[in-house]
Write a new protein. Structure first.
Length: 318
């Protein structure tokens, strides 16, 4: 779909290029090259082609959004954020671009800014799980797990068989120290058998009960089943550290930060370990990242949430 939109826009742009001067670059070929490079994972080439096109067509918002996606995929998240914001000036109601901008803020440890972009999406589509789950993560990152749990409860009632929602609610309950309700969500997840998510929740329950050996067993299985599950390496590292296995703990914290560079617990734990080893520069870098998240401020909830009639609100879900 993105490729077809690119070619359609290029076809419209070509006549204006011809009027502008002699032998201009062919915008159709430029965008074809950009799309091909993006699909092949060659982000530097895609970025180069998108920027070449945007030199002539600065208000091509869809292409600017595609440039933002390529920049974020290439690790240039701050530059990607700027491109998304420019794109939204021309198409403020584009939910895909706004969601991408929220994700970019989230990845850089700015949950309050991510929430600001998510709020209009949730108000427009109150029972769309994707922005709601990300909003709950933002609330948890900002130290508001009780608010995250309450925020997701209407979704859990509306979609009782959705494992992702049950998992999100369970995480929120655990962070809010409500183990009994977390167990109810875990029971929902276990209907279809064990999974990385269920093992992670079991690990958290055992960790809170100070049963470190059982917690380590569950978390090791969770890591094996899904090494990219958010937060799993961080908690496993804490359990390993508590058991005196410092080198293994440091490796788990490092793995967590490969997936989520601004995860606060892993950053704080690595800062402490690196300080003990005398690696003060690295310790300060991890501490600064953790503080960026902790000092982000409160995350506001969207107005009108939760919806008064959850079932009726389905008409808003795309």
């Amino acid at each position: 779909m993105m490729r077809a939109a690119i070619l359609a826009l290029a076809a419209l742009a070509a006549p204006f290029c011809l009027l502008a001067g002699q032998n201009p670059p062919d915008p159709v070929e430029t965008l074809r090259a950009a799309a091909s490079a993006f699909e092949a994972g060659d982000m530097p080439a895609a970025i180069q082609h998108y920027r070449a096109f945007l030199k002539e067509f600065t208000e091509a918002a869809e292409i600017r959004s595609n440039l933002g996606a390529a920049l974020v995929a290439n690790g240039q998240i701050e530059e990607g954020i700027q491109e998304y914001r420019l794109a939204l000036r021309h198409m403020p109601n584009n939910s895909r671009v706004r969601m991408n901008l929220a994700l970019a803020y989230y990845k850089t440890g700015r949950p309050a800014e991510a929430a600001r972009e998510l709020a209009p999406l949730i108000e427009q589509q109150p029972l769309d799980p994707k922005p709601a789950l990300l909003m709950a993560d933002c609330l948890i990152l900002a130290g508001q797990p009780e608010a995250a749990a309450k925020f997701l409860e209407p979704l859990a009632e509306e979609y009782p068989d959705d494992r992702a929602i049950s998992y999100g609610v369970g995480i929120a309950y655990l962070r809010a120290n409500d183990a009994d309700r977390a167990q109810l969500m875990l029971d929902r997840i276990l209907r279809d058998g064990a999974s990385a998510e269920s093992e992670f929740l079991f690990g958290q329950l055992e960790y809170r009960r100070q049963n470190l050996l059982k917690a380590a067993e569950h978390l090791a299985r969770a890591v094996e089943l899904d090494p990219k599950l958010a937060g799993v390496h961080s908690l496993y590292g804490q359990v390993l550290r508590s058991n005196g296995r410092l080198d293994e703990a440091a490796e788990q914290f490092r793995l967590e930060l490969e997936n989520n560079p601004f995860e606060p617990v892993a950053n704080i734990e690595l800062a402490m370990l690196r300080k003990q080893e005398g690696q003060l520069e690295e310790a300060l870098r991890h501490l600064a990242r953790a503080l960026q998240v902790r000092h982000c401020g409160a995350v506001p909830r969207p107005t009108g949430w939760p919806p008064a009639e959850p079932a009726a609100a389905r008409r808003f879900v795309s």
